[in-house]
Design a protein around this ligand. Sequence first.
Ligand code: 5GP
Length: 349
Amino acid sequence: MRIEYDIKLGFKDVMFRPKRSTLSSRSQVKLERTFRMKHTDAEWSGIPVMAANMDTVGTFEMALALYDKKLFTAIQKHYTVEEWKKFMTHAPKGVENHIALSTGTGTKDFENISRILEANPQLRFICIDVANGYSEHFVAFVKQTRKKFHEKVIIAGNVVTGEMVEELLLAGADIVKVGIGPGSVCTTRVKTGVGYPQLSAIIECADAAHGLGGQIISDGGCTTPGDVAKAFGAGADFVMLGGMLAGHDESGGDLIEKNGKKVKLFYGMSSTTAMDKHVGGVADYRASEGKTVEVPYRGKVENTVLDILGGIRSTCTYVGASKLKELTKRTTFIRVSEQENRVYTDNDE
Ligand code: 5GP
């Protein structure tokens, strides 16, 4: 047994140190970025905030709303070939640059994405998503996908350490998704004791990825616009959100009325709810590693998006970054033992 004594940090452990700057307004801050992909040499431009490929977040409706603001959506993996075809026929041109097709790593998954991509060759992004990105089988699946779909951009995850980021990039991924255990409806840390504080995971994985010309997505754990800014400040190229985008008109699932309040269901992709829905229950050799919660209904996602983007722009002005691209360079984090003053928190919600 070994213990690593370096302290690893989460979003709650730091704040940005403000810096003198010449920026006078948030409107001067540019959030759009352009990335060149490692394996395809293709370019992507947009605001690098993504909806997670979860049933109630990565919906086609969410994709249209986020595309409108130049954001990105990893579409949940349970849409059929027919549903994809219908969506792509009616979607505005350009959407294909702002959505990813998601997949697991089974033989059926591979056949399924092959069919969807054959029917919709304009799709550019494939998101290969597993809870534990440390298996040889996963690396082999990434290689197989790169071989067959050499012109597509491949996102692969999730991992939390530099050496595995490197391995996935070398296996054929362009972008590696980072995060084990920080998610709002994730119970991995409780059920398994495995995890890595997200801010440190980002710092270490970004360093490894950028050294090889790849990018990373910080996936999970953001609860406020400030957390999203911290993820970018730590070096994330993209930030993926689940809970922060749940509960809207565009989030899947029914609107439920409970004790006079409107709520929507939000659940982890390995929760009992998701497994009952998609695979006929939790197999008896495994435990559910996700929660099911009711989140307050929040109307259109556009308002939430503007709130998040406004927060990031404001962070940039506090540290003197005129572009999101400069935020990491301008970031000095201070370690803290307090965050916001919560004395009136219950009153304003
Ligand atoms: P959030 O933004 O809600 O904090 O985190 C979203 C992320 O949580 C997702 O993108 C995904 O990586 C992760 N996640 C989603 N469902 C589950 C689950 O059932 N179990 C675990 N361990 N993680 C989940």
